[in-house]
Design a protein around this ligand. Structure first.
Ligand code: ACO
Length: 324
């Protein structure tokens, strides 16, 4: 089996900023409540004309340029998300066309754990020698499925895309992957209508069932537990200990979830990269966006050992250890 690593990364956020003060004008909330309960100060919002592939292409083109790769050299495109352009065709195929690539592509749905799931899938194709260059993109326009009348969810999410190019490496690379799911918790975080269970109808629209519904408290408890368990499992599988990890890149949902995980793991909080204050929860784009910004800030060097960990709708979770 070949070793697999990250050849390059890219990310994109739309320019429009929605601050907590802006949210105060939309629903019964305060900057103080949002900041103390979540750590979020602002988030990015896509334009009406922008679908997830429009964000994804920007992140993908940056990652391709950073890898010095032409789109035609890609062997596979995997797009993960919860806000695909359409139920079908796959957003990966739309992206393939827009990029001018000729390779196969498919979408992967694993909630906010999407990027870690997609990295693990892409890594298999490279490890077994089938492909050399794989583009993995987490692209989200969550603003399109947020209920802007629901204060308990509309302050949490934002729009973004992140892209990773996977390739074979001689040294370092991914040392472990851990994936998990508990479908019994699916109801805790869902978009009830628009699928085959509840097709679009006058009733589904009038009952606002095409928007995110979440039991925040139960998702919070689940998140804190799986962040700890999945991180420890991935580190153990990699043959490492907690002390060996230079940087933790957690899913950026809520600062209190990240701080609780740091406390439970007994890891200094400054080892956890945080940018949710500026972007909110960008679902499957979040871990890649954090990785990209950590790289730009010089927090990642050759040989750095990085733990990425995420959780989300499904319920799902995932973690991986990467040696840069
Ligand atoms: N402004 C003011 N008050 C609010 C707001 C708001 N924006 N939202 C909720 N409240 C109120 C509630 O109505 C409640 O009032 P009540 O006590 O009178 O009923 C009170 O604040 C406390 O509500 P809780 O839900 O208990 O608040 P909590 O401290 O749990 O924080 C939060 C809520 C931020 C949603 C938290 O539970 C959380 O972060 N959960 C995890 C969510 C998450 O990570 N989701 C993403 C999963 S990833 C994916 O796949 C998309």
């Amino acid at each position: 089996m070949r070793k697999v690593g990250i050849a390059s990364i890219g990310a994109y956020v739309p320019p429009k900023i929605l601050t907590n003060n802006d949210s105060e004008k939309m629903v019964d909330t305060t900057d103080e409540w949002i900041t103390t309960r979540t750590g979020i100060k602002e988030r990015r919002i896509a334009e009406d004309w922008q679908a997830s592939s429009d964000l994804a292409i920007q992140a993908a083109q940056l990652a391709l340029a950073n890898a010095n790769l032409e789109a035609k050299e890609l062997d596979l495109i995997i797009v993960c998300g919860v806000t695909f352009d359409y139920p079908f065709p796959a957003t990966a195929c739309i992206l393939q066309d827009k990029l001018g690539a000729t390779c196969p592509g498919f979408d992967l749905s694993a909630g906010c754990s999407g990027l870690i799931y997609a990295l693990s899938v892409g890594a298999q194709f490279i490890a077994n020698g089938m492909y050399d260059n794989i583009l993995v993109v987490g692209g989200e326009t969550l603003s399109k499925i947020i209920d802007w009348q629901d204060r308990s969810t509309c302050v949490l999410f934002g729009d973004a895309a992140s892209a990773v190019i996977l390739g074979p490496v001689d040294t370092g690379g991914f040392r472990s992957f851990v994936l998990g799911a508990d479908g019994g918790g699916g109801k805790l975080l869902e978009l009830p209508a628009g699928g085959s269970r509840l097709p679009a109808s006058y009733e589904t629209i009038s009952q606002r069932l095409h928007f995110i519904k979440m039991n925040g408290r139960d998702v919070f408890k689940f998140a804190v537990r799986v962040m700890e368990e999945a991180s420890l499992e991935a580190i153990d599988k990699a043959g490492l200990t907690l002390k060996d990890i230079d940087l933790f890149i957690p899913h950026q949902a809520n600062i209190r979830i990240i701080e609780s995980a740091a406390e439970r793991l007994n890891v200094p909080k400054d080892k956890f990269f945080v940018n949710l204050d500026r972007y909110g929860n960008t679902s499957s784009a979040s871990v890649g966006l954090a990785l990209y910004e950590a790289f730009l800030e010089g927090k990642i060097q050759k040989g750095s050992k990085i733990l990425m960990v995420g959780f989300g709708a499904g319920l799902t979770w995932g973690a991986c250890v990467l040696e840069w």
